[in-house]
Design a protein around this ligand. Structure first.
Ligand code: ATP
Ligand code: MG
Length: 559
């Protein structure tokens, strides 16, 4: 049994689950509540899948629930398109938030009231410093900050200014509301962090109702509290924000006290996992869209044919820790192969066709050949594949002058055509440039089904497709989107794009594949796993190669 045969979501154990188990044992919470909080400013990627598997997984392990919350506090970058795609992707990955769909923007009234509460308590003030001045006053990691000249405004003045900010009296960026904490703190996040900024922009959900918007720090923990989240799980870069998270919860009249825990982000080789960079790939046309099968987005992986369960298995295998590391993309391929090997029906497709004419097979005759749908699973049944005088085989399955270990077709050599007959290459036809364009072969009618009656052995079995009955199709092969393991490590990440990440081939497939529905996954024997693409811009089926058959990861592991 391979490792991924174990259902990786069961019996998961990590430091976060340890914390929660302790809380549960100590009776601290009636129900465990987590949340997955995407900002709707792009499509979800496989890094988000790690976070979802953790948040939804923990909730399910402890009989609790996980909310989907849109962290929609920055109207300038957020769009309804992303809100829709995110919900589709979360569902596709297999998670269900039930009735618990929330938006940080649902809390704008309450957050505003809490801001006024801090002002009244003398714990927040309106600052008129420009962004650049604020940066100067903030100090550095080694030097304390200094107080803004506006820090000691009275509560009345602050309240008046804050309300005028809110009613749209001022320009973008003219003023901010800051918490009054400690300008000398060793943690820069506590040096009077900004709670509200002026943004005279329409919001996808609240329209033109607001002229001020809360920062992530002010909205996040308070939204956690409003929703009754018990464990707020985020990535390591927020560890330094935790003291602020706790300060706000302590200093506001909130009902519930969520706790924040941090885990490491997922980094993957040969790709980037940042919505900003992924957005750039899309808007500058380096890929065909967010769902381009080369993208590490969930919509891209789905279109590529990677099953949601493979992504969940992958998340289970990488686990959850506090140390940053980069995971080999080959591990995801491994999880994908492991699942598709069991589920994908076998078919024949010739990706780079070379014509074969069987000279002793009658012209016009179509003989139906029985082929197994899954050689390791007899229950998968059989199908009929047409065999005709003209066929295609793979160009790479023929060599005019074969080296010693090449056992496939060559002049005078006999091989088996899968499920059909033994054939022998009699003659080669070349074009003016000397390129082999056709093989003239003969078949042995006594070898029907690919079995020899006299115990005669052949050393190769080739897949094939009827040239007259098969369907022409476009088959797209993918390589890594970037040619460097860590794109951008030595400069602009765009310089590391792999110019050969997409190869489109004019292939021939066995006829049943003409009816494949977008998303159907099959194995083309000897070639890999493929998924029917929804592209209707060309008048032929399109298949994406999800992953090749060879498992370089398992091989590397054995070594
Ligand atoms: P990006 O850098 O891609 O914009 P983000 O963290 O800004 O990512 P959000 O929409 O805010 O994106 O993320 C939603 C949740 O997913 C957050 O809790 C975040 O920590 C988590 N997340 C995002 N990227 C990763 C990643 N690479 N690995 C694990 N979790 C991630
Ligand atoms: Mg973010």
């Amino acid at each position: 049994m391979s490792e991924t045969d174990v259902d990786s979501t069961e019996n998961a154990s990590d430091f976060i689950r340890d914390v929660i188990r302790e809380d549960v044992d100590a009776g601290r919470h009636a129900t465990i509540v987590t949340r997955f909080p995407p900002e709707p400013n792009g499509y979800l990627h496989i890094g988000h899948a790690k976070s979802m598997c953790l948040n939804f997984g923990v909730a399910s392990d402890f009989g609790g629930r996980c909310h989907l919350r849109f962290d929609d506090t920055n109207p300038v970058k957020e769009e309804l398109e992303y809100i829709d795609s995110i919900q589709e992707d979360v569902r596709w990955l297999g998670f269900d938030w039930g009735e618990h769909l929330y938006y940080a923007s649902d809390n704008f009234e309450q957050l505003c009231a809490w801001a006024e509460h801090l002002i009244t308590e003398g714990k927040a003030y309106v600052d008129d410093l420009s962004a650049e001045e604020m940066r100067e006053y903030r100090g550095t990691l080694t030097e304390p900050g200094k107080p803004s000249p506006f820090r000691d405004r009275t509560a009345e003045e602050n309240l008046d200014l804050f309300r005028r900010m809110s009613s749209g009296e001022f320009e973008d960026g003219a003023r901010v509301l800051r918490a009054k904490i400690d300008m000398a703190s060793g943690n820069i996040n506590l040096r009077d962090p900004v709670l509200y900024r002026i943004l005279n922009a329409d919001h996808p959900r609240t329209g033109d109702a607001w002229h001020i918007y809360p920062t992530y720090d002010f909205a996040h923990g308070q939204s956690d509290s409003i929703e009754g989240v018990t464990h707020s799980l985020c990535t390591l870069e927020f560890a330094d924000h935790r003291p602020l998270y706790d300060w706000l919860i302590e200093n506001l009249p909130v009902d519930a006290t969520p706790r924040q825990y941090e885990f490491s982000r997922l980094n993957l080789t040969y790709t980037v996992l940042s919505k900003r960079l992924l957005m750039q790939l899309v808007t500058e046309g380096h890929v065909k869209g967010w769902d381009d099968p080369r993208m590490p987005t969930l919509s891209g992986l789905r279109r590529r044919g990677i099953p949601a369960a493979a992504i969940r298995d992958f998340a289970g295998l990488i686990g959850v820790t506090k140390s940053n590391s980069t995971v080999d993309m080959a591990l995801l391929d491994h999880c994908t192969r492991d699942l598709l090997n069991k589920s994908a029906p076998r078919r024949m497709g010739v990706l780079r066709p070379l014509k074969v004419v069987i000279e002793n097979f009658p012209e016009g005759k179509v003989e139906m050949i029985e082929a197994q749908n899954h050689p390791q699973d007899p229950d998968a049944g059989t199908r009929q594949v047409p065999f005709t005088r003209e066929l295609y085989v793979e160009q790479e399955d023929f060599m005019e002058e074969p080296p010693r270990k090449f056992f496939r077709l060559s002049p005078g050599r006999e091989v088996r055509l899968r499920y059909a007959y033994f054939v022998t290459c009699q003659e080669i036809i070349k074009d003016a440039a000397g390129k082999v364009t056709e093989l003239r072969c003969t078949y042995d009618p006594e070898t029907k089904g690919g079995n020899s009656p006299d115990g005669r052995k052949v050393k190769a079995t080739l897949h094939w497709v009827s040239a007259t009955e098969g369907v022409p199709a476009e088959v797209r092969l993918y390589d890594h989107l970037f040619k460097e393991e860590e794109p951008g490590a030595n400069g602009n990440f765009l310089d590391d794009l792999n110019p050969e990440s997409l190869t489109a081939l004019n292939a021939y497939l066995e006829p049943v594949l003409a009816d494949a529905a977008a998303g159907d996954t099959v194995q083309f024997e000897r070639q890999g796993y493929f998924c029917a693409d929804p592209d209707t811009s060309i008048d032929a089926p399109v298949f994406n190669r999800t992953v090749a058959l060879r498992d370089s990861w398992a091989k590397a592991k054995k070594k």
